[in-house]
Ligand binder design. Structure first.
Ligand code: NAI
Ligand code: MG
Length: 329
């Protein structure tokens, strides 16, 4: 039977770009779409930014395409990532021909641990004027993210895998993370050991700016992945181009990196590329690799030849770009 895809546009430009991604998915496959919503507008109406019905729809679907929420983003996105059992956050940062980029040869994929580290949510004020945070690193989550990262590199043709860490200072937690990554690296004969690089995350930040082409897949603890992937986003230019995947064992949540963009919401000029590229990641996750490749090629052709939305210096609308992508397909 057809894969079931939950569609959650959210707020602002989410309402404008998600329908484009749905049209694209519909053009390349036979899917059952289940519509639900979440975010500021839903909260204003119902008092709850993430109604149970939306959570259930996402949890029960094979995959979800999500736009963005506004002020309620944390109350929506974090539970939705949990609803799909996401342990890996995948954020490609690629430069495209025809788009201005600080580093036009960049082709990086951040594979970020998505459940623990300093985002485990264990923070306290232990006494007046003193707060602490507990950083959680487990063997299981470290192995899971390393396995995912190495498999991703092999399946997507990346030779280089870098493990970001700070085990020289955080000996116990990042030491554990690094040890598990080393084990998993040894179990991946497809990746030559000389291509597995361990990088202190601060120095890595500098090297990514100077020589991004030295890197391919970067496996990161949670906070490092959050920061380094934003840094890489800056190298390729434009939030309107950056997709992401929150991958679980069976399920997944696919969303652009950008937010609801209230400054342009309602104008019909948002760049739909990030969301369409997120839909390509969704297709890949469901095993439709050929279709995913066609969608990426179509987006790439339109980025190169136009039409382009104002964020990329053009004057096209969201629908102009969406139609051009559909024409390419
Ligand atoms: P933003 O990503 O919404 O916008 C930043 C800038 O980039 C704006 O100038 C916007 O117009 C532009 N931009 C973003 N996406 C674009 C696109 N597809 N096409 C053309 N231009 C685009 O981030 P901002 O302004 O910090 O946050 C706005 C709201 O979004 C906030 O309420 C925030 O909480 C929420 N947000 C939600 C996220 C989520 O749901 N995952 C992630 C980030 C922010
Ligand atoms: Mg972030």
């Amino acid at each position: 039977s057809a894969d079931r895809i939950a569609v959650v546009p959210g707020d602002g430009i989410g309402q404008e770009v998600v329908p484009v991604a749905v049209d694209v998915l519909d053009a390349v496959g036979n899917f059952e779409f289940v519509h639900a919503n979440a975010g500021d507008a839903v909260a204003a109406e119902t008092g709850d930014p993430l109604p149970d019905a939306t959570y259930e729809t996402v949890a029960d679907a094979d995959a979800t395409i999500f736009g963005a929420a506004g002020d309620t983003a944390a109350d929506v996105v974090l539970p939705l990532r949990e609803a799909v059992g996401s342990f890996a956050n995948v954020r490609p940062a690629r430069a495209y021909p025809g788009v201005d980029a600080l580093q036009p040869e960049t082709d990086l994929v951040f594979v970020r641990e998505n459940t623990e580290g300093v985002y485990a949510g264990i923070e306290d004020e232990i006494t007046e004027g003193v707060s602490t945070l507990t950083r959680v690193v487990t063997d299981d989550a470290s192995r899971d993210i390393a396995e995912f990262g190495f498999d991703y590199a092999v399946e997507n043709g990346y030779d280089d895998v870098t493990v970001a860490h700070k085990a020289n200072v955080m000996r116990e937690t990042d030491g554990r993370f690094l040890d598990r990554c080393r084990e998993v690296a040894r179990e991946h004969p497809d990746i030559d050991e000389s291509e597995v690089d361990e990088a202190l995350m601060d120095a890595l930040a500098m090297h990514l700016v100077q020589r991004p082409t030295d890197y391919g897949v970067v496996v990161c603890p949670n906070l490092a992945g959050d920061v380094l992937s934003d840094l890489a986003a800056g190298l390729v230019g434009g939030l309107g181009l950056l997709p992401s995947a929150n991958v679980g064992r069976e399920n997944g949540l696919f969303e652009p990196v950008h937010g609801s963009a209230p400054d342009i919401a309602g104008d019909g000029v948002a760049n739909p590329s990030a969301t369409v590229l997120s839909a390509a990641m969704l297709l890949e996750h469901l095993g439709y690799d050929e279709e995913a490749g066609r969608v990426r090629d179509a987006v790439e052709s339109v980025l190169e030849a136009g039409p382009r939305t104002p964020d990329l210096g053009g004057d096209a609308t969201t629908d102009d770009v969406g139609n051009a992508i559909l024409d390419e397909l």
